[in-house]
Design a protein. Structure first.
Length: 302
């Protein structure tokens, strides 16, 4: 996860994009609500759009020269901080939510990465039936069935009490089809749990402000091609409810500082940025405008 929000454009208080930045792909439909959306900013890696209806921010997939590759290096090198420092506090909360729903639940983790959540759940409650899907091949995890493949293509062959997907949907261009797939994989009345970013967090806002002041590195990291969708709390809620899910709870939270990729050229700059990030995180906790959101939703019984 890169540190340091709407891009320039749509909202008056954040400035207007100049006519020289207009894109031939202006007016793209929002992937959440299908509203024609304005070009907000032309990032070095992707054209960014902002929806005037649901405030969702997204990249134009056609403007990305090369899609990100999810190979072993993605987990072991590129984003090793994120995968080497799992959010145990969140895992604890999710375990409590799941056991309150069904202590012996069958659980599918879509985009399970290196399996940190599945290991945690197995250690806490070995009776849970755990399955993980990821594009990359994974090492064997005790008590967990692992399947390699793309969730849009793989046939799991059954439905689950709980379907979880942490920090995946922001990488997916067709978010509506993705949510439909998760809903289909869950049993009627089952839970669907999603973690993603919050584009209206204070961290994103700080990146936008710094960009306007002439320092663009944090902005470029947050809005890089790494994420093609930048949800806010309202746009994620709108997407889920429009696909027949009932939102039960939104957990507003952050990752640990150790999990953050800090864009700095030397150790002194990295230290300054980490202190700044720590301060931002404290403000986010006080205001509720946190950089991460995890939504607990339920599949309607019909």
């Amino acid at each position: 996860m890169a540190i340091f929000g709407a891009p320039l454009g749509h909202r008056r208080r954040e400035g207007r994009v100049s006519i020289t930045r207009l894109s031939s792909r202006a007016g793209l439909p929002c992937p959440v609500c299908n509203t024609r959306s304005e070009l907000a900013w032309r990032h070095p890696e992707a054209d960014l759009h902002r929806c005037p209806t649901c405030d969702h921010c997204f990249s134009d997939p056609a403007s990305i020269d090369q899609q990100e590759q999810y190979d072993p290096d993605y987990y072991q090198k590129t984003h090793r901080n994120w995968f080497n420092n799992p959010n145990v506090k969140l895992f604890f909360q999710l375990h409590d939510v799941i056991t309150a729903y069904n202590p012996h639940a069958s659980i599918l983790d879509v985009g399970c990465g290196n399996g940190n959540l599945l290991r945690y759940l197995h250690e806490r409650t070995p009776s849970m039936q755990l399955t993980g899907i990821d594009i990359c091949a994974l090492h064997t995890i005790a008590g967990v069935e692992l399947r390699q493949g793309n969730v849009f293509e793989i046939d799991v062959g059954r439905r689950f009490d709980v379907v979880i997907s942490l920090a995946v949907i922001e990488h997916v261009a067709d978010v509506r089809t993705f949510v439909q797939k998760l809903r289909h994989l869950a049993k009627a009345g089952g839970l669907v749990i999603l973690l993603t970013v919050n584009d209206r967090s204070l961290t994103y806002a700080a990146a936008r402000l710094l960009h306007r002041c002439g320092w663009s590195r944090p902005f470029h990291r947050l809005y890089s091609k790494h994420h093609v969708n930048h949800f806010n709390i309202g746009s994620l809620w709108r997407l889920l409810t429009s696909e027949g899910l009932v939102v039960l709870q939104t957990i507003r939270h952050q990752a640990s500082l150790a999990a953050i990729d800090v864009p700095a050229d030397n150790s002194l700059a990295a230290s300054v940025l980490r202190i700044s990030a720590w301060g931002l995180f404290q403000l986010e906790r006080l205001t509720g405008r946190t950089i991460l959101q995890t939504v607990i939703s339920r599949v309607t019984a019909s």
